[in-house]
Design a protein around this ligand. Structure first.
Ligand SMILES: [Zn+2]
Length: 234
């Protein structure tokens, strides 16, 4: 994938560890039951929990907030855009309308069942977060830069790690269709977007990053020109 970047979660849901000399940054926090994956990996690689210097939530959807509370309770700063804090505070909540309307799709139902099995109903909101500020380089290992790209949620952000040509795009773009569960080209999430038109418009904010490895919340990594990714998604 990318040196110093590790992918975790499941086939359907991704979160990442970004490793740098100064320590580790967690990008998104999956579901609560993904926590042992992190503990095991730390053990295997000779790291400690204290090496984790920050958790960055690309947005506050429940399948990205997962185990963040555990780290927050240990004093690790959790970053989230202020416009997603109401969403963050709402967990655990009843599933939204678009979610219920798509449960007839067998592969979406399988995703829903996976979420239930992995603790989606027990996601704890994080009481205090540090704000993601658009354009700011975060003071966490790997120094990701915040690109505000609302639409999927009001506070959705992508994180660009310039020296590794890596873009953690959260659900701004996916490479796996969450309804059909098919892997594919970079794409928008469609009905899962809170404001789909805004999500499409926000893609322009990713322009000009050059060749990147795209690391989405759902789907495999994709490497190529960001402008190609944007064109495919539109
Ligand atoms: Zn998601």
């Amino acid at each position: 994938m990318v040196e110093g970047v590790y992918r975790f979660g499941s086939r359907r849901i991704n979160w990442y560890v970004l490793e740098a000399d100064e320590g580790l940054t967690i990008v998104d926090a999956g579901l609560p039951d993904h926590w042992p994956q992190l503990v095991d990996w730390l053990d295997r690689t000779g790291h400690e929990l204290d090496d984790i210097a920050g958790v960055v939530l690309t947005h506050a959807d429940v399948d990205h907030v997962g185990f963040a509370r555990i780290l927050a309770d240990r004093g690790v700063p959790v970053y989230c855009h202020p416009d997603d804090v109401p969403l963050l505070r709402s967990h655990p909540q009843s599933p939204p309308g678009w979610y219920l309307r798509n449960l007839w799709r067998p592969r979406f139902a399988a995703y829903a069942i996976e979420m239930l099995r992995n603790g989606v109903r027990s996601v704890d909101p994080v009481p205090d977060v540090d704000p993601l500020v658009p354009g700011e380089t975060l003071p966490v290992p790997g120094e990701p830069r915040v690109i505000f790209a609302p639409g999927h949620t009001p506070g959705s952000c992508a994180l660009f790690v310039e020296d590794r040509d890596t873009l953690f795009c959260g659900d701004v773009l996916a490479t796996r269709n969450i309804f059909t569960q098919r892997e594919g080209d970079p794409q928008l999430l469609g009905p899962a977007d809170e404001d789909h038109a805004e999500a499409a418009e926000s893609l322009a904010r990713l322009g000009g990053l050059g060749t990147v490895t795209l690391l989405p919340g759902h789907g495999d990594p994709w490497r190529g020109e960001i402008d190609t990714a944007i064109a495919l998604a539109r």
